[in-house]
Design a protein around this ligand. Sequence first.
Ligand code: HEC
Ligand code: HEC
Length: 313
Amino acid sequence: MVDENKKEIDQVTGVETTGHSWDGLKELNNPLPRWWLWIFYITIIWSIGYWVVYPAWPTLSGNTEGKLKYSQYEALKTSQAEMVQRQAAYIDQFERATLDEILDDEELYAFANAGGRAAFKDNCATCHGTGAAGSKGYPNLNDDDWLWGGTVYDIHQTLQYGIRANNDDTRVSIMLGFGEDGLLTKEEIQEVVKYVRDISGQEFEGSTEKGSVIFKQNCTACHGDNGKGKHEFGAPNLTDAIWLYGGDVESLYETIYYGRAGMMPAWDGRLDDNMIKQLAIYVHQLGGGEESGENEETDFDALGEKASGQQAE
Ligand code: HEC
Ligand code: HEC
């Protein structure tokens, strides 16, 4: 308690002291600034209002609910319900749209890409990498170098039925094991390796006429006369510097001696149709999507899509 008698006026400031004194230092009795006090009172009034309107105090069975009956759970539920409703509208439209129509519709396209991106992380990234850049044996999906074709319909078919997967509609073909199967001798394989390094524009150890002849006789059926590959056989372009299994001498020798048969699971049945469509769109826009109609081998029947007249040719 402050003793009234001890109260005194400070000489220098002319302000009354509180009478407290520490080692001879005395405390001035300056009142709190008015603005500060008012804000302080307002915050108290505000908090009382808050208790009344919003859930605030814990009770034995939960908490006071407040006049507004606001709850974050409820807010979340409502916003989720709204989202599901909005999506349902899209999904309906999406289901009916062909892949081309989706590519042409800004909203459906955005919807497909968002869904596809998420589904890619969940289902595809293990093999193709999160950035879809692939690795040895797993193709990079960002470039425009396609084994089986890069139109959105090609990609859709690849996803639906897989590659060398366990169903009747899957994409099949093999890169033969020319050494293992006794089709070519080791020397012949060495010659054709040099030839492949030559046409891919790499440094090579003098490719010969012999290598070129071996290539024409054994390889062009699948890889094309000019080595640029054929989508219908999933045979890669050998003239670019993009390699699935490697373009160095050892890798090429191994590929041609033992053959290769990359496998990609079919997603039909594992993912629903809409998801496969979304993934096809997503992969198509990753960087290397080709225009529909460029590839005449596209199997529209298999897609169950209503192909427009121009594509049906
Ligand atoms: C188990 C590993 C694996 C998974 C999982 C996988 N892939 Fe593949 N994928 C492959 C392999 C291997 C190939 C190359 C097959 C070949 O050599 O022809 C491939 C090829 C492809 C191709 C064809 C590329 C081209 O150049 O024509 C596409 C498109 C593709 N995958 C997309 C996907 C998508 C989308 C998913 C997820 C739904 C997925 N993959 C999941 C292994 C996988
Ligand atoms: C029956 C069709 C067929 C024939 C014939 C064929 N290939 Fe292939 N080749 C393929 C397929 C399909 C692949 C891709 C395999 C995969 O994706 O797993 C391939 C892949 C390759 C690759 C790997 C390319 C890369 O990006 O890593 C090389 C190299 C290759 N072939 C060279 C040859 C040579 C040389 C010959 C002739 C001696 C030949 N192929 C004959 C179908 C064929």
